[in-house]
Structures are given as structure tokens and as C-alpha cells.
Design a protein around this ligand. Sequence first.
Ligand SMILES: [Zn+2]
Length: 346
Amino acid sequence: MKPEDDNTAEKKVILLGAGASNGSRFRLPVMNEFFAGFQPDTYPRLAEYLYSRFGVPFDNLNLEDVVTQMEISRDGLGAKWQAQGVRISAARRELDAYIRRQLACLDDGYPHDLPKDGSCELQEKIFLSLRPNCDSIISLNYDLIADYTLKHIDKSRRPSEQYGLFQRAWRIVGKVAYSGGGISTVHKKDRERGHYLKLHGSLDWLYCSDVNCGNHQVFHVDVEDACHPDGVPCSLCGSQLVSVIIPPSMNKSLELYPKMGLVWNLAFRELSHASHWIMIGMSLPDSDIHLKWLLREAAVARDRRLKLTVVNTKEDACERAESLLGVKPLFVRGIEEYAEQCGKPT
Ligand SMILES: [Zn+2]
């Protein structure tokens, strides 16, 4: 094997949790502070839904709880007998708009000293420490900070040394790639490289919910226009396009969004082939059963010892990671400290 082919020798995977966006320069809200400052008059159908299910005040509501409650009514157990589809769909559309408002970094409401392209210097330092054609980033966040940062990195490189993670992520979710043999799978070149994978969807991914439509199997990605208007029609069948925002419960997600099966499969492959996992701002709550399953299975599938780094503001994140994976992690206190380490010459 040629040295450049042995990409697994020191392969790294960075896992980004909500703390990575909260700890970025944009200070995006974490799940349990998402509705602080919520304005019911701007989102009346959502407000009615929240009031009837969770009561007031809204300030301490957890976004994951709200999305999970809605998804089970729309597509899970509740869909079998609840006749509230239209009302819940209207509330869900307003929730999508509210999430975009809260998480879209290019909004005018952000402080003027932040980059206008939505990139984050801390994440940039971290991503630049990765090897372009080998290491991977797996995100649990819907927001676009890592997307904008990878795009920023791509723009600053010469075409001959394109980082490529950002463009490859589009190829994976946006269309089916064919291998030379005619079997539908990820292109051989892409299999050997690292990936940027978003396990719970993305603000800028839209898809058609009509299973008979050609646009059902793929996501339309438009990072330039993440704040697209509500209810835009599918170009093939006219159904309303829906944001791909998936709760940790993953309720029927693989049936609703077939493409996510590929995204999770690639995440498993990247994790099981890597020798070093860096978990940034991940809380690993008990409710995140699918993520925990993925991490455990990938750790078991490895044939050599895993090196684990936990980057978090709270040291008890190490205990949760160790009890999940049986590996004692190296602890780094916060994303700023880790970015500084990444920025130092080795
Ligand atoms: Zn359609």
C-alpha cells in the first residue's frame, strides 16, 4: 500500500454537538434556551401549539422536546388517530421559520464584529488542523456555522488545493452518485476521503414529502438562501417542501428521509475507521439513543484502540463519554482552548 493510501493510520473525526455552536463566536442558543424571548404574536400558530401542549412560560422549553412531540403527532403514533394534521403542520412551518430565525448566522441582528460570511474563526482553526482528504466532521447541529466556515476555507484556498468537504457534503445529500461499475453507491474517490456529515439534518436542506416524487429521495441544498420562504413548492410535483430537521428520537426518520440512511452509514464508516475522535460540545443525554447506539457500534467495530478527546466547558462530559465508550478521554476545557491548541504549529 502506498503511504498516501493509508488514510486510516491517524484518521480523525470531529463530532460537533450543540455546545460547539454555543461556544462559537455566534453564541447560538442551546436546546433548553431556545424559546427565551419567543414572541407569540409573530408565530401565532406555533404559540397556540406550545401553549396547549407545554403551557407557559415558554422560556424554558427545550427545542428537542417540541420537535419530538410534533413529529410523533405528524408521522408517528399520533398520526394514526389524531385529526389535527393541518393545524400541526401550520405550527411546524412556523417552528421551522422560528428555528431559521434563531440559527441563521447571516441575520442582521448579529454583532457587527462577527464575519459577514457567517464563518467562525474558532471552528476555522480546528478544521484547518484536519487533513483535507482523510479526516471527517460529523455534526449533530442544524445550524450553518460549520457549513459557512468550511465554505470560507474553500474560498481562501487555490483551486488545486480545495478542501472539498463542503462540496462533497452537497454531493452526498443532493443526488445519487454512481460508481464506475454502474452500482448505485458513493463514488470510489469519495469513499476514500473524509466527509462532512450532518446527522440530524440542516437548516438549508429541503425535501419533498411525497414518496412518489423524484425529489423525495434527495435533499435540495441552498446554503446561500437558508432563509427561504415558507411553503415553497417542489419543482416536480408542487407539494410544499419541508425542512430536514430531525429530532434525536429519530422518529421514523429513515422512512421520512431515505437519504439519511446513507448519511448515518457514512458516519458509522468514518467513526469505525478513525483512530481519534474529538467530541466538541456534546452532552450525550440519555434520550439520544440513536447517537449512542452509533458511537457504541462504531467503537466495537474498530480493530484497534480508540483515542478520545472531549472538548467541553464541563468536565463531567468526560464521565459520560467514558461510561459510553469504555475509553478514558483527554479533557480540553472549551472550544477556545482547543482551537488554540489546533492553531499551534506541531
Ligand atoms: Zn415533489
